[in-house]
Write a protein that binds this ligand. Sequence first.
Ligand code: M6R
Length: 606
Amino acid sequence: MCGVVGYVGKKDCATVLIEALSKLEYRGYDSAGIAVFENGTIRVEKSKGRLANLIEKMKIDGKPDGHCGIGHTRWATHGEPSDINSHPHGNKRVTIVHNGIIENYKQIKDFLISKGYEFESETDTETVAKLLDYYYVDDPIETITKVIAEIQGSYALGIMFKDFTDTIFAVRKDSPLIVGVGKNENFIASDVPAIIKYTRDYYLLEPDEIAVVKKDEIIVYDIHKNVIEKELQTATWDIDAAEKGGYEHFMLKEIHEQPTSVKTTLTPRISNGMPDFSADGVDFDKLATYRKIFVVACGTAMHAGLVAKYIIEKIARVPVIVDIASEFRYRDPLITKEDLLIVISQSGETADTLAVVRLAKQVGAATMAIVNVKGSSIAREADMVIYTHAGPEISVASTKAYMVQISVMYLLAFEIAYSNGTITKEQCKQYTAELQNIPSGIEAAIELKKECQFVASKLMNTESLLYIGRGLDYALSMEGSLKLKEISYIHSESYAAGELKHGTISLVTDQMPVIAIATQTALVEKTISNIKEVKARGAMVILICGQSIDVGDDVADYIIKLPLVDDLMMPMIAAVPMQLIAYYTAVLKGCDVDKPRNLAKSVTVE
Ligand code: M6R
């Protein structure tokens, strides 16, 4: 949540900052702002709403003219979206941008008010800006160390001090921040896409390391003011990955990228036809020894965990408990040092998921993270990391990240099952081979676009609908429902098909369409019975089912038949039409598909 950028170099700073912010708008779009040193003083331009509003405003005010500055795109936490609450905050001596939440801001604010400070915004950030001002005499590092010793919570801060017109200062804790390394120019940013146009090289900042960033020099200090040697990181993907590449939206592009993302994620982890996570440093002899497996995550990543539960329990016969991170962390969970915690996260920065890793480590449980963003906080704190290789996912609605998360969980399930002795080597090879064929199945499922557009045209005017399924199809229906509601704003719920009769069916009328998923041969008949029950009550039914399943044409109003793959792997195929239905419904409704209201891509606050 919130995107932070900074630039020092020879280019026009405002132009670079705006360009960089445009790549971080997925982190929040309640306001945007920049601060640039112009003729030795800090000039701030900011505006409520999207970055486009700021650009329009600067057409009237004129762009700040300079070569050193910071910028911000906001997802509002403290204080409504407004010009006043927009970042940067501060005064002519110290100006900052911030991503995170300062938990003790009220005490700091009261203290500063007692010292004569006045506040104009409702933000927690302004208190940090004023506290920096309070301590600042002439030494920025000294000032920053004093302030971070007092503030509690999460922060990624970009800071400008009036007497250092060629320097930006940066520090972080529990919110991501990288320092981009260019030629005669350097950067700070919340995420790589912001800087990839200029450089692939960057440093990861550890908590409370302070970066002093000039045009041709970057020095990083620890909290005791010792200089730290940093290891240079290099982004492996190029600028095209962060561009729409001819697609109307990132979401559509990312749906199309799924076959490649899955291949890229799986290929390095299969050798001689068997799962092989040795390069990830995972000890698989140990895997068979855990008492229970907990899979914890948020949103779509949690839905990937639900698919994993079905697969692991079915073939490896190990109990898997799936939970939402924000619930798990506060319910005194029964996790012990005998257990394995697997967290799943695209961003690797989700605050609740990160907290769960810390909690599990405290009780001595083994922790494994399935993460997409290299060097992210969760990746750094977990004992074992398996990186998914989806490349940057820009659209707020997760598609390819979900797909690669599931694909890794399948391979893990095969490995655990083989280690446990619940499947033979031959079976393991057979499952693995089937998984390797899934990318072509996904490609074929993407070809169902026309059918999905048609279904979307039938759904676009509905107010509310239900997704139903059984077993793996139920896990999948949760994801289908989330995807539709988050981008099209149509209310939808997912239900285990067999559960409808226990209350929810009373909602069913001819105004309540039902999307039924029936990919599991053993359960099809049961789901068909449930479809008949809702049809009898007037519901328009859209059925998504396997090609080989003979359901009869009149069982549903519209039937989408999926390419043929093994039942066990069907979620990876069936997810595609659900993504496409959500996408086209949102497009037909004129919604902002990639930036749905109130949402941000990376949820770094709890
Ligand atoms: O970065 P994470 O995978 O940890 O994010 C978790 C959720 O916020 C995320 O999956 C969210 O539900 C999706 N963007 C929804 O499409």
